[in-house]
Design a protein around this ligand. Structure first.
Ligand SMILES: Cc1cc2nc3c(=O)[nH]c(=O)nc-3n(C[C@H](O)[C@H](O)[C@H](O)COP(=O)(O)OP(=O)(O)OC[C@H]3O[C@@H](n4cnc5c(N)ncnc54)[C@H](O)[C@@H]3O)c2cc1C
Length: 301
């Protein structure tokens, strides 16, 4: 049973902000979803350890949230606590050719720090929304680059609430997957290693990357980016387009006309709309092409 007074006391002890009965729609890029019992804004690895200890001892359900750019929140909400790794825990430190980021730092900010320090290697990741912690969890990537190419090490909290250190070789990084995926591990910091480069060229490459996104992706609508993982041997967007599904709609959710890999929120979509639409797309693509499309966003449960 969640004792909100006790939880507030613990948050106060660590100086973390807590919002009881918080609507999650503002915290996810899809812009829908119900309430959680409480949202706690984590401000350090130590506060995360302290709060996790309490939640785990009391058997209280929790979910670790970054920028919510790859999460679907059910309309009925989440009967647990959301630990937000965001702007309260977002320090970025450049040390030689490496950049150490708190898990809540934006990936885009890390890219800008790299550019300003004349460090190359993250240009193609610029424009991926979300935090550095979320990017490592998902092994986010774009335009033939991914987190696996630049990450050196990370700090995380394990199942026993102990702080741990892990290097890239042990992270099991593959397409949209890491050792952290689906496990009870909480990333607290990520260090990337980069090469020296010309800041002007790095900036140009970042701008080119962002322009490509703006021209190809429906960024004017809320979404969670590519809604389906790339199936082995094809592309989700290609299959969806070949099946004539561009513009397919369920309630306020629609397969984008601009980029068929994106399901967008036209402004009044519910979680049920999006999941129904995704189910239809999966079924039709399977029937017509034989490919099985897997959802990329994590459904909060
Ligand atoms: C417009 C748009 C474009 C996108 N383009 C791309 C793209 O090009 N390439 C790409 O790979 N993705 C893309 N995405 C998806 C998304 O931006 C990435 O997956 C991103 O890395 C998620 O980061 P986040 O902080 O928002 O994580 P969230 O969405 O908040 O969380 C995602 C998962 O990571 C877990 N998580 C987050 N932080 C931590 C932590 N500190 N410790 C443990 N677990 C954690 C969460 O529990 C959840 O399971 C796009 C999304 C949008 C909306």
């Amino acid at each position: 049973m969640l004792d909100i007074n006790k939880l507030t006391e613990i948050c106060n002890k660590f100086g973390c902000r807590i919002t009881p009965e918080c609507s999650l729609s503002e915290y996810v890029t899809f812009r829908f979803g119900g309430n959680c019992r409480a949202l706690i804004s984590i401000n350090s690895a130590d506060s995360a350890v302290g709060i996790l200890r309490y939640l785990r001892t009391e058997n209280i359900k929790y979910f670790v949230l970054g920028r919510g750019s790859n999460v679907i929140v059910p309309d009925e909400g989440f009967d647990g606590v959301v630990l937000l790794f965001g702007s309260d825990f977002a320090n970025i430190e450049v040390i030689g050719n490496t950049i150490k980021c708190d898990a809540g730092a934006l990936l885009a900010s890390a890219c800008v720090h790299a550019q300003q320090s004349g460090l190359a290697g993250m240009e193609n990741l610029f424009g991926i929304p979300g935090t550095v912690g979320g990017a490592l969890y998902m092994n986010a990537g774009a335009y033939d680059s991914e987190m696996a190419d630049v990450v050196l090490s990370a700090e995380y909290i394990d199942e026993n609430c102990e702080k741990r250190f892990i290097t890239r070789e042990n992270m099991e990084l593959s397409y949209r997957h890491s050792i952290f995926s689906g496990k009870n591990l909480v990333i607290t910091s990520v260090t990337v290693g980069l090469a020296e480069g010309n800041p002007d060229i790095i900036r140009e490459n970042m701008t080119a990357c962002m322009n490509k996104r703006r021209s190809k992706q429906p960024l004017e609508f809320p979404s969670a980016g590519s809604t389906f993982k790339r199936p082995e041997g094809s592309y989700a967007s290609l299959l969806i387009e070949q099946c004539g599904l561009k513009g397919l709609t369920c309630g306020g959710a629609m397969v984008s006309e601009k980029h068929s890999g994106f399901v967008i929120n036209k402004g009044y979509a519910t979680s049920a709309d999006v999941l129904e639409l995704c189910g239809k797309v999966q079924q039709i693509v399977k029937e017509k092409t034989g490919y099985v499309l897997e959802l990329e966003p994590v459904v909060l449960k």
